[in-house]
Write a protein that binds this ligand. Structure first.
Ligand SMILES: *[C@@H]1O[C@H](CO)[C@@H](O)[C@H](O)[C@H]1NC(C)=O
Ligand SMILES: *[C@@H]1O[C@H](CO)[C@@H](O)[C@H](O)[C@H]1NC(C)=O
Ligand SMILES: *[C@@H]1O[C@H](CO)[C@@H](O)[C@H](O)[C@H]1NC(C)=O
Ligand SMILES: *[C@@H]1O[C@H](CO)[C@@H](O)[C@H](O)[C@H]1NC(C)=O
Ligand SMILES: *[C@@H]1O[C@H](CO)[C@@H](O)[C@H](O)[C@H]1NC(C)=O
Ligand SMILES: *[C@@H]1O[C@H](CO)[C@@H](O)[C@H](O)[C@H]1NC(C)=O
Ligand SMILES: *[C@@H]1O[C@H](CO)[C@@H](O)[C@H](O)[C@H]1NC(C)=O
Ligand SMILES: *[C@@H]1O[C@H](CO)[C@@H](O)[C@H](O)[C@H]1NC(C)=O
Ligand SMILES: *[C@@H]1O[C@H](CO)[C@@H](O)[C@H](O)[C@H]1NC(C)=O
Length: 457
């Protein structure tokens, strides 16, 4: 098998042709070789091609082949016209078929590497000569290279270094080239090579270094690429975000309509996968509520505002990331009210509610005058304890919107009723005590519409 570098014929032939031309002017003998450097493959036959022309009448043509490997020079083979004389030392290794001056070496061996000199003498009206030198290198084709990774297992980002070594079992004059995702790797701040480029060092190792690495081993007679290796690099967690089951990315605050439920997903980029946990922050304490990526938040189960924290921990990098989200529940009725509020000032709402209260009070006062006290007393006894409790559990607040409901006024004619009330230490604005002109005590009980009560409990 023959191969020569593509540049050589042009590069070498130019001065050589001039040389032959100068000779030719006087001699009329022209000797040309296609390449002055030939790469042969060990074990294969190699032909050293030589061409010559002359334009004079001749009587003899002599061809001589010599081998030179400093410091030794050897005679190989020669011919005069059709008769060939070989050096018996080499047996049938070298073949010459005159008048063709090309030499066949069969088989080519490692120690056949060196310079081959061809000399042609033409004898006619005088003798003219021409010679050329051909440099032969003998190569062993490369086998498929293999990459060894050091360390063989994963490396933690920014902490460790990676060394990749490319090796071939066989192959001479091997040149190595490294590729990442199919593109050649250049020397840079993160990548460095050994002198012969068989070793690639990655330092520092960052997430960006992740990729498919391969090495290409070539010599003038062959080229082989290794399998791809993907070094394990541990990194993260990066870019921790919370998404919902509808796929939307949510910010720091998420509003949820009363009666709805949402699945929150926590995700962050890391290798190996993060260990996720959800934490709920109460006043001072924090307690984990769930391990895993997702968290179901049902409006029924949370108070008006709850902060959830998602924590992602990578046990290889020993890094942790946290992000939190505030879930706010919007009661159904209020949403509409709030929308009206855009056009109606909050003051107007408060005034409206106040007016309603005054009218209700007047009506009750009138109603009370036509009702016997006994009936009221009976009613009071029937009234379940729960109604009172309900009235009390509605905590005090400034927001007039929270006062939304139906109010009932209950009169207490006897002092027993008063003591009963005070013993319960009523403090909320929802339970109001007051004396009318006749010395009657009123208790205002708030009824929140049925549907809302359900959710409150
Ligand atoms: C032979 O060729 C050379 C140039 O290559 C020329 O100078 C010379 O005259 C030629 N001689 C004959 C006899 O053709
Ligand atoms: C050598 O070959 C040339 C031409 O090919 C011929 O003219 C000449 O006679 C031959 N010489 C001998 C000694 O055979
Ligand atoms: C010499 O022989 C080789 C192989 O048979 C052939 O390729 C080449 O063209 C020949 N050269 C000449 C000048 O005939
Ligand atoms: C040899 O060549 C020269 C000139 O080139 C010529 O004068 C001479 O006669 C030739 N001799 C023979 C024997 O052809
Ligand atoms: C990684 O390489 C850098 C520079 O090449 C060196 O300073 C550092 O000690 C190496 N770290 C390890 C863990 O080998
Ligand atoms: C690396 O190779 C794997 C499989 O061979 C492939 O799925 C992946 O996309 C490659 N990565 C790059 C960055 O080319
Ligand atoms: C090289 O290292 C720097 C930090 O030292 C990093 O920012 C950059 O992404 C790295 N490039 C690659 C290709 O790994
Ligand atoms: C929270 O901690 C503060 C001081 O750290 C303390 O005064 C307060 O009572 C605590 N609240 C609860 C609910 O434990
Ligand atoms: C990291 O966690 C995984 C499971 O999530 C476990 O299999 C692995 O052993 C842990 N590694 C270390 C170093 O703790």
């Amino acid at each position: 098998m023959l191969s020569w570098s593509p540049l050589a014929p042009h590069f070498y032939n130019l001065p050589f042709k001039i040389y032959v031309l100068l000779l030719g002017i006087c001699s009329a003998l022209k000797l040309t070789v296609p390449s002055h450097t030939i790469h042969g493959t060990e074990g294969q036959p190699l032909r050293l091609l030589v061409d010559y022309t002359f334009n004079m009448t001749i009587s003899k043509i002599q061809i001589i082949w010599l081998f030179e490997k400093p410091p030794v020079s050897k005679y190989l083979i020669s011919s005069v016209n059709q008769s060939v004389i070989a050096d018996l030392e080499f047996g049938y290794k070298f073949t010459l078929m005159p008048p063709n001056a090309s030499l066949l070496i069969k088989p080519l061996e490692r120690n056949d590497e060196g310079n081959y000199i061809v000399k042609i003498n033409i004898h006619g009206n005088g003798t003219i000569s021409a010679s050329a030198i051909i440099q032969v290198t003998v190569h062993v084709p490369v086998t498929k290279p293999r990459i060894y990774t050091e360390p063989p297992f994963g490396v933690v980002e920014k902490r460790g270094n990676i060394t990749l070594k490319c090796t071939v079992e066989k192959g001479t004059h091997v040149v190595y080239e490294w590729m990442k995702n199919g593109n050649p790797i250049e020397t840079s701040t993160n990548y460095s090579f050994s002198v012969n480029k068989d070793t690639l060092s990655i330092a520092p190792v960052v997430k960006e270094a992740i990729g498919n690495y391969s090495c290409l081993a070539t010599n003038p007679v062959s080229a082989m690429e290794s399998d791809v290796i993907t070094p394990t690099i541990y990194y993260g967690p990066y870019g921790l975000t919370i998404n919902t089951d509808k796929g939307q990315k949510v910010g720091r605050v998420f509003t949820l309509d009363k009666g709805e439920a949402v699945q929150l997903y926590c995700s962050a980029d890391s290798n190996p996968p993060n260990i996720y946990s959800w934490i709920q922050r109460a006043e001072n304490s924090t307690h984990p509520i769930k391990y895993g990526r997702s968290l179901e938040v049902a409006a029924e189960k949370v108070t008006q505002k709850t902060e959830y924290t998602c924590s992602a921990y990578n046990n290889m990098t020993e890094s942790q990331a946290e992000t939190h989200i505030l879930v706010i529940i919007i009661p159904k009725g209020l949403e509409q009210l709030a929308q009206k509020g855009k056009y109606l000032s909050p003051l107007a709402i408060i005034t409206g509610i106040s007016l309603f209260l005054i009218v209700a009070m007047c009506l009750l006062t009138l109603w009370k005058r036509f009702q016997p006290h006994k009936v009221i007393q009976q009613k009071l006894q029937i009234r379940p304890e729960a109604d009172y409790r309900k009235a009390q559990t509605i905590s005090g607040h400034e927001n007039a919107l929270d006062d939304f409901g139906i109010y009932e006024f209950v009169a207490f004619p006897d002092p027993g009723g008063i003591s009963r009330m005070s013993s319960r230490s009523v403090s909320g604005s929802d339970v109001i005590q007051g004396h009318d002109f006749h010395g009657t005590v009123y208790e205002v009980v708030r009824h929140i519409p049925e549907q809302q009560q359900e959710h409150q409990e």
